[in-house]
Design a protein. Structure first.
Length: 555
């Protein structure tokens, strides 16, 4: 609106200026006409006063003409100046509209244009148009812990470093947030030059960045995709978008592979992305249709063999895809933001199911890193607990060790909030990598669960011991290290993935602990659990009554 208001009078003025130019031209013509007769008369009158002076009206008209010419000329030169200024302003506005205001890099729109030009083979003679998608690793944490000023400084210096290392003919763009891109014009037929250039770029960016909060270490993940300029494309913009999407997929792969690296685009990534989209749609439908159900895996006291609780594990039999493993659908649900809804519905059902179990039995549930990041998660859990009237002390929330990689203080806050509800918190997948001793000491876990990948290896230990190759009691295996770590920290231990009696025997030699695994049976549905508990006489009282009722009825 502002702009329009501003423009209208200027346009008016310009139009008036053109009228003025017309008037000045007319005045000149008149001047020539009138001046031709009047000037000689004036001159003659000056030389010889006897000669009659020219008509006053004509002299006035002549003077008016002169004034008009001067005025018209001034307006004309003003107009010229204004047009120049306006052209300059327009060029500046155009330049600004192409640039990212913070870093001065090209913005997303002009990056697309640059890429379209590169694909069309414009600019330097080149064989390939390349697009490098760049995303900072953990930029949110940098912003959260060091403030936005330091965040801006990081973005600025990344932009500077990218411009410094960019090869001839390349354009550096900031696509938004912490996403950058480099558009390359590659003349070599050998794409190895791109590889070495990207490696240099990654190494250069990984050098410490000076900020007001002191030096910060930032890394990037990059995805590279190229287009053969020799290939004709019908739709340039479509081709540019496709290339950008491909580089994006490759960048995600680099993130998945562990960040601080680059990845080339591969057509398998497109196939995977399509499958993921299809699975996302299937999960959405599955949630509506109630296709997900909780299954339960027994947890046992290894010493007594007594059943002490169950771990709830999600199961999905999709109408479209058939049975899908949680190792596949949980990450997809996490990626598309459905994990919260899925998990809450399953936990709600599990709490209802567990109400009919004996009061000594606990229920363990797995929660994903996404839920750990949700500050409302403890409230949501409390709501579920209240709705089911399930005692919080019997609920155990399992947090995977991989979550500790993330913002540790946020994880700590979440654990404390959960414990304030009265629920217990366990460290799942213990030993798979990231927990340090300090973290274990500062985080108030109630239990650690040794990952099944280590427990499974105990079979080899058992075999070696039976062959007399080693002494089982003396042999240092990672599991025994983890068990002593737990003991040292006074945190009880659960071993998962106990598949056979030999593993069980080895574990029992390591001391007191709980365990779970296929040796005790595969995870089973709620009905099977009820049957099992009825046999063990481990149903809560009302359920026992119900079962007796049912039995009487069926008899
Ligand atoms: P997890 O928490 O480590 O769960 C244990 C996994 O080990 C389960 O696989 C279980 O079926 C399997 N397992 C149990 N005993 C044995 C054994 O003796 N040998 C072997 N080889 N495997 C055994 P499942 O059900 O396929 O679950 C895989 C992972 O999916 C779980 O690993 C957990 O991280 C995740 N998950 C499952 N349900 C949920 C859920 O409701 N929410 C979240 N966030 N994650 C879930
Ligand atoms: Ca678990
Ligand atoms: Ca585990």
């Amino acid at each position: 609106m502002e702009k329009k208001k501003d423009q209208l009078p200027r346009l008016d003025k310009a139009q008036r200026d053109i009228v003025m130019l017309g008037i000045a031209t007319a005045a000149i013509l008149l001047f020539v006409g009138i001046g031709g007769t009047v000037m000689p008369q004036v001159a003659q009158h000056w030389v010889d006063s006897s000669v009659a002076p020219p008509d006053t009206a004509l002299v006035n008209a002549l003077l008016l003409n002169i004034a008009l010419i001067i005025f018209g000329w001034r307006r004309y030169s003003d107009l010229r100046k204004e047009i120049d200024q306006r052209r300059e302003a327009e060029e500046k506005a155009k330049r600004l509209s192409q640039l990212d205001p913070l870093t001065g890099c090209f913005n997303r729109r002009s990056a697309t244009e640059k890429l379209m030009n590169a694909i069309a083979g414009e600019g330097l003679a080149h064989r390939y148009a390349g697009f490098v998608m760049i995303d900072l690793d953990g930029f949110k944490e940098i912003n959260d812990t060091n403030g936005h000023q330091a965040g801006d400084e990081v973005l600025l210096s990344i932009a500077d470093r990218l411009r410094e290392v960019a090869p001839e003919g390349a354009s550096v763009a900031r696509l938004g947030g912490d996403e950058f891109a480099v558009i390359l014009q590659i003349s070599d037929t050998d794409l190895e030059v791109v590889e070495s250039w990207v490696s240099v770029m990654i190494a250069k960016i990984a050098l410490p960045i000076e900020t007001e909060m002191g030096p910060l270490n930032v890394t990037i993940s990059a995805g590279v995709a190229v287009h053969d300029v020799g290939k004709q494309v019908a739709n340039l913009e479509g081709a540019a978008r496709k290339l950008m999407h491909r580089a994006d997929l490759a960048m995600y792969q680099a993130k998945k592979d562990g960040r601080n690296r680059y990845c080339w685009f591969d057509t398998a990534m497109e196939v995977e992305a399509r499958l993921r989209r299809e699975m996302e749609a299937a999960i959405r439908k599955g949630l509506e249709r109630g296709e997900f159900s909780p299954h339960y895996e027994q947890q046992v006291d290894l010493e007594t063999g007594q059943l002490v609780g169950f771990e709830m594990l999600a199961r999905w039999t999709s109408a479209d895809l058939g049975p899908v493993s949680p190792d596949i659908f949980i990450p997809v649900a996490e990626n598309c933001g459905l994990i919260g809804a899925l998990s809450e519905s399953l936990i709600g059902r599990a709490l209802e199911d567990a109400k009919s179990w004996d009061k000594s039995l606990s229920l363990s549930v797995n929660i994903s890193p996404m839920q750990l990041r949700d500050p409302w998660f403890p409230q949501k859990l409390l709501k579920l607990l209240l709705a089911s009237e399930f005692p919080p002390a019997r609920l155990d929330v399992e947090i995977s060790e991989s979550c500790l990689q993330e913002n540790l203080s946020a994880v700590q806050t979440m654990i404390v909030s959960l414990k304030n509800l009265g629920v217990r918190v366990s460290l799942d997948d213990f030993g798979t990598g990231f927990a340090t001793l300090t973290q274990l000491r500062t985080l108030p876990f109630d239990r650690v669960k040794i990952d099944r990948s280590f427990v499974g290896e105990l079979r080899k230990v058992a075999e070696a011991a039976s062959e007399g190759a080693i002494d089982r009691e003396q042999h240092d295996h990672i599991v025994s290290t983890l068990v002593s770590l737990g003991k040292g920290l006074h945190i009880p231990v659960t071993a998962e993935g106990i598949e056979d009696a030999s593993i069980l025997e080895t574990l029992r030699s390591m001391g007191e602990m709980k365990g779970q695994g296929y040796l005790y049976g595969k995870p089973e549905d709620a009905a099977a659990v009820l049957k099992r508990l009825a046999q063990l006489n481990m149903l809560s009282e009302p359920s026992v009554a119900n079962t007796e009722d049912d039995q009487r009825k069926s008899a």
